[in-house]
Write a protein that binds this ligand. Sequence first.
Ligand SMILES: Cc1ncc(COP(=O)(O)O)c(C=O)c1O
Length: 412
Amino acid sequence: MAASIFAAVPHSPPVAVFKLTADFREDSDSRKVNLGVGAYRTDEGQPWVLPVVKKVEQIIANDNSLNHEYLPILGLPEFRANASRIALGDDSPAIKEKRVGSVQCLGGTGALRIGADFLRRWYNGNNNTATPVYVSTPTWENHNSVFMEAGFKDIRTYHYWDAAKRGLDLQGLLNDMEQAPEFSIFILHACAHNPTGTDPTPEQWKQIAAVMKRRSLFPFFDSAYQGFASGSLDKDAWAVRYFVSEGFELFCAQSFSKNFGLYNERVGNLTVVGKDADNVQRVLSQMEKIVRTTWSNPPSQGARIVATTLASPQLFDEWKGNVKTMADRVLLMRSELRSRLEALGTPGTWNHITEQIGMFSFTGLNPKQVEYMVKEKHIYLMASGRINMCGLTTKNLDYVAKSIHEAVTKIQ
Ligand SMILES: Cc1ncc(COP(=O)(O)O)c(C=O)c1O
């Protein structure tokens, strides 16, 4: 038999966060804890189907007017409009002036990818492979790859995390923006920065916007955790809305994976804010072409769930309550972990655990300490020291706190 034509295909390393979950599953130790996965868990350590989602699923199942015909290429109109409305606000001047467009996408990742593909083809001229794209250090690891796969060749990093003070390196960030070539693209986390859990304050966002405007830099917001940072949808959208009020043209990739718990339904939206309706319509016409050759038509179930929920004032309120339940549980786990570490006298300061927001915390554990946690304690977390606060429960908090204490005191 001739050798396979695939014989020379190199084996690609597994995606770290999924590998961690696979390792966790195989671990038979009864004390095991998974702090790696990027998804919400209840206090029983289980995935949560939001009650409002269960209710809307029933409504959809019983609606005989619905069918499985293709959706329009750009997606379900009610979904697109309502998704953009919660990003930009009910009274958004941009929506009133009809200079907002949207594309239903396959999750937040799909929205980033369609946005990136469009920018590579059409942003500021029609060949942008050399336009610099800036991502924060650190960032969600997929940002780099999505923009690279879209054809951008010059992916750069901007300062974000100051490890020594365990907070935002605002000056480093502003300096990088000052020095970036005009028209560079900046990926900004709208809220609940992944992985550091550290966001600029409104005052700091104002400084960032001022530099970006003066230097003609393009803001591409990634909004994967709206509602998770503060428990309030409006507060978490503050930065995006401020940039719109400052007259920026911008993109915002929205994910409903986390705040609706619809991870595997792949529900996302790309919101486009332009100077006027005509510009937005031309942009959407090009995005339609890109979607046609990417997934052709989006799936309907998740978009119907989100659209039905957002369009009904009563269901919308119920959803906000569900989001708050998740955000509050995270806040509780933050304060419980911090107080345990402080009670144990664990070396270092632990105020960052409660100061950081959103699903993740950047513990400050170094790679060796992380290895100790995984190998000796069966507690799974990313090599960066990032933990998912939702992996903590009232039952495993003591064990996790004691293990962090041991890791910090035994391993330098
Ligand atoms: C910062 C960030 N952006 C985008 C996404 C993509 O989410 P989705 O699963 O909706 O594609 C994630 C998911 O973990 C994320 O953390």
